[in-house]
Design a protein. Structure first.
Length: 298
């Protein structure tokens, strides 16, 4: 079972601090000026990206005139929980961020740990939760050409560990739409792809996993503008998120308008996808195509 991490408490703390600041009618720059720190520091605390220090939160509580014992204890408890290390830390230790791929190693794993459900459109390669170890190693080696083999191996291990969430007592719910091009593209070798297709067939048997194929015949959809992941986060850990990863780095969207847009895009793609049985048969055909010639079916 995957343990929880500090991301949820950080986001909850940030939301509380933002609520207190806006309740006082203060702008970020005004708060930064009173605390003699940068505006970005206050912003990072409110967005859950920074690691909060007790001294900073106490100063903010004083500025926002938080006097109730229960509210003060709640905020300080969130600070303590926010400063714990997540289960992914040992897998990312020594792996440096890379501008064109990783803003912060382990950051997505932290968000995924808090999620109870995930929806994604896979445009170029399979989502990490669906990948075999060999497939993941080829993908990460191609995306991180300047990383050492040790760093890539650590990130592959992290990716494999994330998949524990599919088998925990309350498993992570997956709803995936996979573009047919992902099944056609050779990643590594035919053997790697055959094993990957067999893995997809195994995952498709899980009651909490839905993998639907978006066929070539369906044409072009709004979802083809780029890979995205929708994360359903329990209310006590924060709000739902859209996670987008690209050459410029990672983007997190959490406004209701953005969430509604990406939910609508996903639902459109899902509606144009093959049904479960036809998707499963398409994956079987792909596995046969990648099999050795003497194993392939006509």
């Amino acid at each position: 079972m995957v343990a929880s991490g500090p991301t949820g408490p950080r986001r909850r703390l940030g939301a509380e601090l933002r609520r207190l600041r806006t309740g006082k009618g203060l702008h970020l720059d005004a708060v930064a000026g009173r605390l003699q720190c940068s505006t970005s520091k206050i912003s990072r605390l409110e967005t859950g990206k920074g690691v909060p220090k007790p001294v900073d939160v106490r100063a903010l509580m004083q500025l926002y005139e938080v006097t109730g014992d229960a509210e003060r204890e709640m905020l300080l408890r969130l600070v303590r929980e926010s400063r714990t290390e997540g289960w992914w830390t040992s897998y990312t230790e020594g792996v440096q961020p890379e501008k064109f791929f990783l803003d912060a190693p382990g950051r997505y794993a932290a968000l995924e740990t808090d999620a109870v459900g995930l929806k994604a459109f896979d445009l170029s390669v399979l989502h990490g939760l669906l990948q075999t170890e060999d497939y993941a190693r080829v993908v990460l080696s191609g995306q991180l050409p300047r990383r050492s083999r040790q760093e890539v191996d650590q990130l592959v291990e992290l990716r494999m560990r994330r998949q524990d969430a599919l088998y925990r007592t309350s498993p992570l719910r997956l709803d995936m739409v996979v573009d047919e091009s992902v099944l056609a593209r050779t990643v590594g070798s035919r053997a790697v792809m055959e094993a990957q297709m067999r893995r997809l067939l195994e995952l498709m048997e899980l009651p909490t996993v839905s993998i639907r194929l978006f066929p070539f015949e369906a044409g072009v959809d709004r979802a083809h503008m780029g890979h995205f992941t929708l994360l359903a986060i329990p209310e006590d850990l924060g709000s739902d998120l859209v996670y987008i990863e690209g050459l410029a780095g990672e983007t997190l969207l959490e406004s209701e308008s953005d969430l509604d847009l990406y939910r609508d895009v996903f639902d459109d793609a899902l509606a144009r996808s093959l049904d479960a049985d036809a998707s499963r048969e398409a994956v079987r055909r792909s596995a046969s195509r990648f099999a050795s010639p003497w194993k392939a079916t006509p």
